[in-house]
Design a binder for this molecule. Structure first.
Ligand code: PMT
Length: 221
């Protein structure tokens, strides 16, 4: 039985991957299954927290005892995170958020024209939710945790991302077509804004989640 060290706390976790629609049929998306974020939500609930899980396009069942807010796009995810984090002690952004979305949405299915070259897809920037909530904390002492999904120069990119985003903790994990996305296991280094670095060996996503909550509770005291 987990120690209820998050009792009386409200934590917000985002999970899954955003989908940015091009037309009623297609979207730009990513390979996140939601498993890492759901493991964070489950473990926080087991440790006594009130948990709001902002779930982007995950097929996983709702964890017991967790408030689940389903979202589709990055803009919807931002709205839900801002709303839920107003009274939160900690926010963990495990969702894979699209940095860009199609500049235009076609109300009808985009048609293939036989005698024409394909049109390039114009993109616009999505809001950076993690940077925004880190810069303007909804409560003093609110602990903000980001994830960094990297394919190369994993640690160097993670350290630079921690500075750029301004969060308290950044969980750096390596990803690939079949790495981390959708799997039951993960392996990471958790970087602290205070310079602390915690390596979490390859193991169940729950184990990484527990380490994240250990580091969060240290910072909530
Ligand atoms: O869902 P699984 O299949 O279990 O896979 C888990 C995971 C690989 C998705 C997860 O462990 C992970 O790494 N999540 C973060 C993915 C991501 O978007 O990383 P990033 O390096 O592109 O973004 C850095 C951070 O900024 C993330 O916390 C992200 O939520 C946040 N972000 C990114 C872009 C944006 N516009 N707004 C954001 O808030």
């Amino acid at each position: 039985v987990a120690e209820p060290d998050l009792a009386g706390r409200h934590v917000v976790v985002s999970a899954g991957g955003t989908r940015e629609p091009l037309d009623p049929v297609r979207f730009l998306g990513n390979r996140s299954s939601g498993k890492q974020g759901y493991a964070l939500a489950r473990t926080a609930a087991a440790r006594g927290a009130r948990v709001t899980l902002i779930a982007a396009n995950s097929a996983l069942p709702d964890p017991a005892g967790v408030d689940v807010v389903p979202v589709g796009t990055a803009v919807q995810l931002r709205e839900a995170v801002l709303k839920a984090s107003a009274d939160a002690d900690a926010v963990v952004m495990a969702a894979a958020v699209a940095d860009f979305r199609p500049a235009a949405y076609a109300a009808g299915k985009i048609k293939k024209k036989d005698d024409q070259e394909p049109e390039p897809i114009a993109l616009v920037r999505n809001p950076d939710i993690l940077a925004e909530i880190s810069a303007g904390r909804a409560r003093p002492g609110q602990v903000i945790v980001g994830f960094a999904a990297e394919t190369d120069d994993v640690l160097a990119n993670g350290r630079a991302k921690l500075k750029r985003k301004g969060c308290d903790l950044l969980v750096v994990n390596e990803v690939g077509e079949r790495k981390t996305f959708g799997s039951e296991e993960n392996e990471a280094v958790v970087l602290g804004a205070d310079g602390q670095e915690t390596a979490v060996p390859y193991g169940p996503k729950e184990a990484l989640a527990e380490t994240v909550w250990d580091l969060v509770t240290e910072r909530l005291r």
